[in-house]
Design a protein around this ligand. Structure first.
Ligand code: DGL
Length: 260
């Protein structure tokens, strides 16, 4: 059977990329809801319908667990989906706890989509772990569009980030938390404009660890001789050269991001 990794677009490839390192013998199905990206500016009601539809499509493909590799979908819909489906659903959680535990000597900036920033899940997380009120939130929806268009390291991106960070005095901050999986592609641009002492954290490792526990507890870990990865754009299997190449370019970029 396969492990499904799901996102609105190509952000969740960063979770797949890490999961492949941890589970090289598992079969994967990557599902990008590319007909409906971006998710981060939609309403919660719209997102519940879209995520529900995506899960229905994935379940048809013989999957044993679904990683919702999208903070926005996790925030808006995972609770409802858990009530509806019995298949293990593993969500994202921005690494706010880790940031507070390790770098709580100074302020922490969380960047995410508008849905995630204003969602109840984020508010609950912050009231649970941010006892000293150290966490600030900024929504950066344009980064999702840049990532989908393969625009990563250029003037436009840097100007956008600088403009959005104009009121942040990074002297008072220890770290930045990437609360959207699409933002993993911008580690180099962020590194370029942020002072050196700022730590960049993402939630991917936490999610992959949760996936491991889920597979182990349910006794569904596999070691396949010839593991496969399939890609879907919304309900359609990606089989054409152009799009397979596109996905390969993103995975290559993620290799490069590991060095940052
Ligand atoms: N990658 C998604 C996330 O982690 C959302 C991007 C979007 O579609 O707005 O939040």
């Amino acid at each position: 059977m396969k492990i499904a990794v799901f996102d609105s677009g190509i952000g969740g490839l960063s979770v797949l990329h890490l999961a492949l390192k941890k589970f090289p013998k598992e079969n994967f199905l990557y599902y990008a809801d590319s007909d409906n990206v971006p998710y981060g500016i939609k309403t919660k009601e719209e997102l519940v319908l879209l995520v529900d539809n995506a899960i229905k499509n994935m379940i048809k493909e013989d999957v044993k667990a679904i990683v919702v590799a999208c903070n926005t979908a996790t925030s808006a819909a995972i609770q409802k989906m858990r009530e509806k489906y019995t298949i293990p659903l593993i969500g994202m959680e921005p690494a706010v706890k880790k940031a507070v535990d390790f770098y709580g000597n100074k302020r922490i900036l969380v960047i995410a989509t508008p849905v995630t920033v204003r969602g109840k899940k984020m508010q609950d997380l912050i009231s649970k772990v941010d006892k000293e009120h150290l966490v600030d939130l900024i929504a950066l929806p344009k980064l999702v569009n840049f990532a989908e268009q393969e625009i990563f390291e250029n003037m436009e991106v840097e100007e956008y980030l600088s403009e959005e960070f104009r009121n942040i005095d990074f002297k008072n901050y220890s770290s930045i938390v990437l609360g959207c999986t699409h933002f993993n592609y911008f580690k180099d641009s962020l590194r370029k404009i942020l002072p050196e002492h700022i730590n960049i954290l993402d939630g991917n490792e936490g999610t992959v660890n949760k996936l491991f526990l889920e597979l182990k507890t349910n006794n569904i870990l596999e070691e396949n001789e010839e593991p496969k990865i399939e890609f879907y754009y919304s309900g359609r299997k990606v089989e054409d050269e152009e799009n397979l190449k596109r996905l390969e370019r993103y995975l290559k970029r993620l290799d490069f991001m590991l060095e940052i």
